[in-house]
Design a protein around this ligand. Structure first.
Ligand code: ZN
Length: 446
């Protein structure tokens, strides 16, 4: 039998009031399973640049990669198209679904590069259409068709730099919109038993569960982790207080910092990109109303502002303690400045490379009794209060003050981390190279 390979990309079927593209992908998994296709890997959930001005919510695109008998091609495409049509919030302004079919065994490098651009910056529909044509693919778009960009990016992202997994459990249709019913204590228990191999389950600072989203979408909760086995194990520990309609294990770029691109000089950062960039603190941190902290960094090419917002908690505290001369790496999204203002990096992380000495001027010490001298007034010298000695020509001395801050990496607190932010607990657990391991037997239900 003539076997073929197809990569199916989906994006932007959801709106703020309804739906979720991962759910459409989960439904498609069930449909394709019934057609007896072979899945070449876990469905991938690719989070795209979180800073594009027109993003819906999480800005995630999906890709399913399958092997099938050539005769099934039309049925597979019809299944994908009808599910997107049925489950997209097409009448919502800003919902612009896209579907892409690429029937190549290997993903071309140009598509991989396109995916990187879509995750770290801005890609255009024109470029997406050029590539789809070049590689003999097909695309179907609705409304402005912008979803085609993300759908193609999901196809092109093969997750060779790093990846994680997420098991997403979905609610019964009749429960969507109602309060989510999951036993919170069992989620804390699950976290304790599975971390650091699962992450971002709970916010220990606030004692809050963070795996359940808010809003009317069909997701009951999602568990993120390093392997398909661990997210399944974690899922079994959670006590469900409402029925789960289906669940799927996705392979994803969440928690990998894939959106951040290292930029070598400050004059090379651009609005809407997410960057890692070095600089020396050039203006002391200042508190701005609404309680965020802003400071500036510079290098030989330019100067930018860095902002740590509430409720980024710990990161904001670190930002506040920086002083002019500190050498840092700023991680975060570049905000478009208002007219005449500087670019601002919204901080997700700060890596303190070197701390500048904090110098304070103090009165000198009496050479006889070791007591700090008293000033007689500006330019009038000093006097020892204990022995009465006078020092007319003495001057204040410079002393280095303890900084109360250590070099190292500081990450925004769990509750304010983006989907893509790599949490501290994942450092050292990165997985490089293409997906080699076989798939676990039951990675979805039904
Ligand atoms: Zn003295």
């Amino acid at each position: 039998m003539n076997q073929q390979i197809m990569h199916i990309g989906l994006d932007d079927t959801d709106s703020t009031r309804k739906g979720c593209t991962t759910y459409v992908a989960a439904l498609l998994v069930e449909k394709l399973e019934k057609l007896n296709v072979k899945f070449l890997g876990y469905p991938s959930l690719i989070r795209l640049n979180p800073n594009v001005p027109w993003k819906t919510r999480g800005n995630g695109a999906l890709c399913l990669r399958v092997k099938y008998d050539a005769g099934l091609e039309d049925q597979i495409k019809d299944a994908a198209i009808s599910l997107v049509e049925e489950h997209s919030d097409l009448s919502f302004r800003g919902t612009d679904p896209g579907i892409v079919f690429i029937t190549k065994a290997e993903i071309p490098d140009e598509l991989k590069a396109f995916a990187k651009n879509t995750i770290t910056g801005i890609a255009t529909l024109k470029e997406a259409m050029r590539l789809i044509k070049k590689f003999g693919g097909e695309a179907l778009g609705f409304n402005t068709c912008r979803g085609i960009i993300g759908a193609l990016a999901a196809v092109g992202e093969t997750l060779e730099a790093d990846h994680t997994y997420e098991l997403i459990a979905y609610r019964m249709a009749e429960n969507c919109g109602l309060k989510r019913k999951v036993d919170a204590a069992s989620i804390f228990e699950m976290d304790k038993l599975t971390q650091p191999y699962t992450f971002n389950n709970v916010d220990l600072e606030k004692g809050r569960v963070v795996i359940t989203p808010r809003g009317p979408d069909p997701i009951l909760f999602g568990i993120r982790g390093e392997t398909p086995e661990i997210v399944k194990k974690a899922f079994r520990i959670v006590k469900l207080l409402e029925p789960v309609e289906r669940w799927v294990v996705f392979r994803t770029n969440q928690g990998t910092d894939a959106h951040l691109r290292r930029v070598v000089a400050l004059n090379q950062i651009e609005p809407y990109n997410s960057v890692i960039v070095r600089g020396v603190v050039s203006r002391h941190p200042r508190l701005i109303p609404l309680r965020h902290v802003i400071f500036s960094i510079k290098d030989e090419t330019g100067e930018v502002d860095c902002a740590a917002y509430e409720p980024t908690g710990a990161l904001r505290k670190v930002a506040r303690d920086l002083i002019v001369g500190d050498s840092i790496e700023a991680y975060g999204a570049v905000r478009k400045p208002s007219a005449g203002k500087r670019l601002t990096i919204n901080l997700e992380k700060i890596n303190i490379l070197a701390l500048a000495p904090k110098i304070v001027l103090q009165n000198p010490i009496c050479p006889k009794c070791g007591k700090r001298l008293k000033s007689m007034g500006k330019g009038k010298g000093f006097r020892c209060e204990k022995c009465g000695a006078r020092f007319d020509d003495a001057e204040k001395v410079q002393t280095a003050r303890e900084r109360g801050l250590k070099a190292g990496l500081y990450v925004t607190s769990t509750r304010s981390q983006r989907h893509l932010t790599k949490p501290l607990s994942r450092y050292g657990l990165e997985k490089h190279g293409a997906e080699a391991e076989g798939m676990i037997e039951n990675w979805h239900f039904p």
